[in-house]
Design a protein around this ligand. Structure first.
Ligand SMILES: *Cc1c(COP(=O)(O)O)cnc(C)c1O
Length: 370
């Protein structure tokens, strides 16, 4: 009972800085505008909401452990083979499973410098080191990625487009990346924001998955489908990798309500189109407004904008964030991504964007003025 030796976690785990999700509350502010988590401006499709209500009546039943109807719906709407799809409790879960199944103590994964934080977090949880490849203009750089790969690298994670920068690379560059990697390295193409991208040189990666036995694509229902609260994502990959993921996942990893909502959401392409055009309009509007204010804006193809402020003086990211919060607008600081001078602002509803940018305008006009 008096032993001073405590149970110790596995190597790497105490190196993890827990992921902090976007905040949703401000003390003393009744009406907040939450633009901190890229959640989808218009919420979930009315059909998905209806499916969630109907699912309540069956809440006592275990879900279909194979997500059969959902995978069929994904396959039909995306033109993919449902047998090579596996669903997860968010694509986060699938990132974790890939790390656990394919990397271990002493191995490495590679991601880009401002790449999504969850890759490194899951890697560390398996005793795996995450190597960061430098970016060029806050954009993934294929040569830099290839240059940092080591003999013990097992996976390369590319968020394309990337969060929190909002940038993407062309399909040709992704092909060049794949061709430059050893065949025993899995390339994970995380296309969480694929539905928002309108650039004609972009491809989420399904064709590359089909032509390569070592490439997998991740997708999520948390962004354009507005189902972040349901926790639902999916992977499309070669049969042997899908088989591995099916062995390591929990038998009922996706709830019945998430499956029902996801199936309804992905079949409601009219709603997806509505979200896409809403986003295109307000993304352009927000970027132009921020630039008019003299702010540096990284060109985004996603449903958020990365805005960069002065490193010092009255107009820093911290000051802007504090001002926005004082008016109930919650943006996202991204210092944890190595971007201390930037904030990420998600695209919300019409009224939310107008208020958020009016507040930012007021900040720029008043900061530093005495
Ligand atoms: C939001 C996001 C995800 C997915 O999140 P889940 O909610 O776990 O599906 C994955 N990758 C990136 C880059 C993201 O921004």
């Amino acid at each position: 009972m008096t032993s001073a030796i405590l149970p110790q976690p596995q190597p790497g785990i105490m190196d993890i800085t827990p992921y902090a999700g976007g905040e949703s509350k401000i003390l003393g502010v009744d009406r907040v505008i939450k633009l901190s988590s890229n959640e989808g401006a218009l919420g979930a499709s009315p059909r998905a909401r209806e499916a969630l209500v109907l699912a309540a009546a069956e809440a006592h039943r275990y879900p279909d452990g194979n997500c059969t109807a959902l995978r069929t719906a994904i396959g039909e709407t995306q033109g993919l083979d449902p047998a090579r799809i596996v669903c997860g409790a968010g694509s986060d879960e699938l990132i974790g499973l890939l790390c656990r199944a394919y990397a271990g103590l002493g191995d490495t994964i590679v991601q880009t410098a401002y790449g999504f934080l969850m890759y490194a977090i899951y890697a560390k949880s398996c005793g795996v080191e995450a190597i960061l490849a430098p970016e060029k203009d806050k954009t993934a750089d294929v040569d830099a990625i290839l240059a940092v790969v080591r003999p013990n690298t097992r996976l390369v994670f590319l968020a394309n487009p990337n969060n929190p920068t909002g940038t993407c690379i062309s399909h040709d560059d992704v092909i060049r990346l794949r061709e430059g990697l050893r065949d025993d390295i899995i390339l994970v193409l995380d296309a969480a924001y694929a539905e928002f991208v309108s650039r004609n040189d972009y491809d989420p990666g399904a064709a590359l998955v089909d032509s390569h036995p070592n490439t997998i694509m991740l997708r999520t229902f948390s962004k354009i489908h507005g189902l972040g609260g349901a926790r639902l994502g999916w992977a499309y990959g070669p049969a042997h990798i899908i088989d591995v993921l099916n062995r390591v996942r929990s038998p009922f990893n996706v709830s019945a309500s998430a499956q029902a909502a996801g199936e309804a959401a992905i079949r409601d392409q009219a709603f997806v189109d509505l979200c896409r055009s809403h986003n295109a309009h307000w993304l352009g509007w927000t970027q132009a407004k921020a630039r008019d204010l003299g702010l540096k804006v990284t060109d985004s193809v996603c449903n958020f904008v990365l805005i960069t402020f002065d490193a010092e003086g009255p107009r820093t990211a911290a000051a802007a964030d504090a001002f926005l919060r004082s008016r109930g607008v919650i943006a996202r600081r991204v210092a944890g991504y190595g971007l201390p001078d930037s904030i990420r602002l998600s695209i919300g509803r019409d009224d939310e964007m107008e208020l958020a940018m009016a507040t930012l305008t007021e900040f720029m006009e008043t900061a530093g003025a005495s």
